[in-house]
Design a binder for this molecule. Sequence first.
Ligand SMILES: Cc1ncc(C[n+]2csc(CCOP(=O)(O)OP(=O)(O)O)c2C)c(N)n1
Ligand SMILES: [Mg+2]
Length: 661
Amino acid sequence: MVEKAASGHPGGAMGGADFIHILYSEFLNFDPDDTTWAFRDRMFLDPGHMSAMLYAQLTLCGLMSLEDIKSFRQWKSPTPGHPEVDIKRGIENTSGPLGLGHAFGAGAAIAERFLVQRFGEWMSHYTYMYISDGGIQEEISQGVGRIAGYLGLGNIIMFYDANDVQLSTKVSDVTSEDTAKKYESWHWHVITIDGNDENQIRNAIKECQSEKNRPSLIIGRTIMGKGAVMEDGSSYEGQVETHGKPLGKSKASYVKTIEHLGGNPEKPFTIFPEVEHYYAEVLDKKREYVRKQKELYQKWQANNPDRAATLTAYLTGVLPKLDLSKVTLSPNDATRNASSKVLAYLAEHVGNMIVASADLSNSDMTDGFLKKTTAFRKGDFSGSFLQAGVSELTMAALSTGMALHGGVIPVCATFFAFSDYMKPVLRVASLMEQPVKFIWTHDAFRVGEDGPTHQPIEQEAQLRLLEKLNNHSGKPSFVALRPADSAETAKAWELLLHTNDRPAGLILSRQNINDLPALDSDRFEESSGLYKGAYTVYETSDDADVILLANGSEVSILVDAAQIIEHKTHYRVRVVSVPSEGIFRQQPKHYQHSILPDGIPVFGLTAGLPVTLEGLIRDNGKVFGLNHFGYSAPYTVLDEKFGFTSEQVVKEVMELINENN
Ligand SMILES: Cc1ncc(C[n+]2csc(CCOP(=O)(O)OP(=O)(O)O)c2C)c(N)n1
Ligand SMILES: [Mg+2]
């Protein structure tokens, strides 16, 4: 594969093949005829560069074809350089950025325990993870190791391909840690084996399967580039060079290596008849196992019709009837508090929502949800809350893994400034089109006294870049909503709940925000405009002279400014709330023009970088934003100093009107 593509990573794949073959042929339960079967074992690959190993294995299992692997790494082939989630072909996750794959696996394992506790052990399955030296070194493994150990996730069996070689050095050149002790200290069950010895692999997996209360780590001492030889037949195993170079381009001999391994270099894409026969038997055994499991499921369904209907709804993503207009919101509240009230309602109405917070639940206000449930504890998943501890990246990845597992609705929260710690997951969750829900509070410099480290400035612009980046289904890969008041926050939650084809997030305020006046009579109803990304929240005439636009807490400043301008001058003002430019850009052109008609100057106000709104402003408009880090001071002082007052906005807008006259 690697040789034909003239690029790729042969060494790790060759060393890990023994484990992966034993796992797939003797242990991993899946339905060869329906890879979407909800109760299958999961296998999460962490080192995506070992894709050739996975693709070869899936080909043996009949889930990929020889044609597929002949087109390894080619345009639109199902065998990209690093695997991309493809459940139909048995690929549970996208991998490539090291560390994420095993974290997704741990998230899936949590989702499994959550569902099993509600519906019974009959539906339990194992979650296998495959990690390499790179993933073990990535910081995220600290979070995964700690949380999986703390929760006693006995359904996890992780194989560590310890081949002592990484991309540019030997492992011993960068670490002297005792990995076994590290995981043991997190309360993992750890065994070390020869990872190329099939009996040791077999026995290790069996031993781990019987360990119910702790996650298991099998440290497999493997040989990088196992079987690689040079032209003269001498070994070329254990070489850094085989990490990312086709053998033919390294000091090894491709032809001699294939011959040495018992293959025919003339016909490299061949499955030997005895192997084909063996795997046909393997797959038949799996079919038989699955048939029995499906019978069990049917029996359970017949005996438990109500719970079965609930489980089906969970697995198919059908929400119960919800009416967020029933949530009692307080007047002029912070949007994080409005979100908290919605979460309390959801805790009572949505049985499969799992909310996580990275040690901020009483500040990001996810405790609205927590107060109605309990946090997960070792072996106890009866509650629906994950106290992730201070680990934003891990938490985001666990939530994404829960989404990949299916059957649950993952939500996770932290301060907006610390969304930076989640960025690698946001990107891959967007690429994988997973409906994870993110809550980010403390959305602007108005966090005040905590100072510039806690005051997000550029974060919204970063997030909006993902709105501009299409996923492989051709849609904006992320939905980011910054609601303007409590009513719009409840609406934003409604949209979030219905966004099941990609990740989405809410950006919420710490400080109180004045409720926007209803244009007509019902502000909650009117905030449905959020579904179009941008909509008019204030106007006294449909013939505006100037349009003011913003999102979040800046909108209410604009409404105040608009009223002052209309009071003092003959100019008519429209105020537009833009919770999501990305969604607005998806609307028909005539709608976009109806909100922002040509010719009328537009003034944008943002507590972020001006670029956050510049895409909505034409030559005759301007954006007032921040182009510097914040400072530590009470937020009312910062409002004055930075010019985020209605008086300052009036001044800016009058200047704009005069420039245009
Ligand atoms: C987050 C991240 N950083 C860096 C890389 C680039 N990279 C790919 S593989 C690798 C290390 C490979 O070592 P190991 O995981 O032991 O794989 P092996 O060489 O044994 O195949 C690195 C640094 C990456 N894929 N992801
Ligand atoms: Mg390695």
